[in-house]
Design a protein around this ligand. Structure first.
Ligand code: ATP
Ligand code: LTN
Length: 336
């Protein structure tokens, strides 16, 4: 998948209410793994969340909860940098520079914009320029790799295009061109809805049985998996085209238990025991995460982690911002 060594990793998640099993298996699991292989920055992208208007008190709470979820999932704040996007002003500043380095037509082609604009009550300008802010996030850290789910591929391609464009324009490696780190579908890159297995598992799903949240109590998880849509027949076989429901559950079981898809296929004959085991494997992964999340609710603990994270992030991002400002011809500020 990647051609250059993994040196610097950046990824972000929006502080919306509830992190899904799809977010976890597609992206966050890899954050935990990568923290020991490279310098990692994991951001709570609150500015991105504002592209769809949010209740202010809820946004603040969700921002803290998203950071807690990172730590509860196993990201060690002593190893990786965890911070809030709006705490590092370089993100908003760099975002403007990315807006003037990307094209209207390019942004118009973003499928996530089209999908979200079709559903949103109001379409803010920020929803449209969202990918420019995402490019800013990534490029500010000289990121080499970006772990995300499959749905972010197009945004990453745009980020790469902007970086290459600026490098060509200035005839040097002004910006590091980042690579996607996206698991294949059979390894969690696109976890599907339990109710409509041809669509990705999503927070905005109207059928709440389709989405498992990391904080769902064990009995809710068991119920959702028991009711998950399967396919005709009784064969447990990985075939996303013809058996999308069963294939999705197999991927979930494989990632939560460590069993390979072949082992799963050989082990089960019929859906009954299979579904029970999927549920227990998910519960076993989420229970300890939920316990750690509760422990992190003590006042001040996560705030302290975020305070340190913002310092660390800012120290790296500001010089890169200055480098781009300088290349584009902005006059450096002199202090009196
Ligand atoms: P939603 O569509 O549920 O609102 P999102 O993509 O807007 O999700 P984010 O919190 O911003 O939500 O996404 C965080 C990460 O989770 C991203 O890297 C995204 O690619 C990944 N992700 C989201 N849904 C899935 C899924 N169903 N399978 C795998 N990865 C996913
Ligand atoms: N658009 C992403 C969230 C995001 C992100 C980033 C991911 C914002 N900035 C930088 C990786 C790198 C999403 O998942 N919806």
């Amino acid at each position: 998948m990647s051609t250059r060594p993994i040196k610097t990793v950046f990824s972000g998640m929006q502080p919306t209410s509830g992190v899904t099993l799809g977010n976890y298996l597609g992206a966050m699991r890899n954050f935990v793994k990568l923290q020991h292989e490279a310098k990692c920055y994991f951001c709570v992208v609150d500015l991105h969340a504002l592209t769809i208007p949010k209740d202010p008190a809820e946004l603040r709470q969700n921002t803290l909860d998203m950071a807690r979820t990172y730590v509860a999932a196993g990201i060690d704040p002593k190893v990786a940098t965890i911070f809030v996007q709006s705490h590092v002003p370089a993100h908003a500043e760099m975002s403007w520079l990315m807006e003037v380095s990307s094209y209207y037509g390019e942004l118009q082609r973003m499928t996530q914009f089209k999908d979200k604009a079709a559903k949103a009550e109001v379409v803010t300008t920020g929803l449209f320029t969202y990918p420019a802010l995402m490019a800013a996030d990534i490029l500010l850290y000289d990121t080499t790799h970006v772990p995300v789910g499959d749905d972010q591929k197009q945004h990453l391609e745009l980020t790469r295009d902007i970086a290459v464009r600026l490098n060509n324009r200035f005839g040097r490696e002004l910006l590091v061109v980042p690579e996607p780190y996206i698991p294949p579908r059979e390894a969690g890159g696109r976890i599907m809805s339990l109710q409509e297995p041809t669509q990705k598992m999503s927070k905005s799903d109207t059928n709440e049985l389709g989405t498992i949240y990391l904080m769902d109590p064990p009995d809710v998880i068991r119920k959702k998996i028991k009711r998950a849509v399967t396919d005709p027949g009784r064969e447990v076989r990985y075939d996303p085209e013809n058996k999308p429901g069963v294939s999705n559950l197999m991927v979930i079981l494989s990632l939560c238990s460590g069993m390979s898809l072949e082992e799963i296929s050989e082990r089960y004959d019929g859906y009954g025991q299979f579904k029970k085991d999927v549920a227990e494997a998910v519960v076993a992964v989420l229970e300890p995460l939920q316990k750690r999340f509760k422990e992190l609710s003590e006042p001040g603990v996560i705030e302290e982690i975020l305070a340190r994270g913002a310092e660390e992030a800012e120290a790296v991002a500001t010089p890169v911002l200055r480098r781009v400002q300088d290349a584009l011809g902005l006059l450096p500020r002199r202090r009196p």
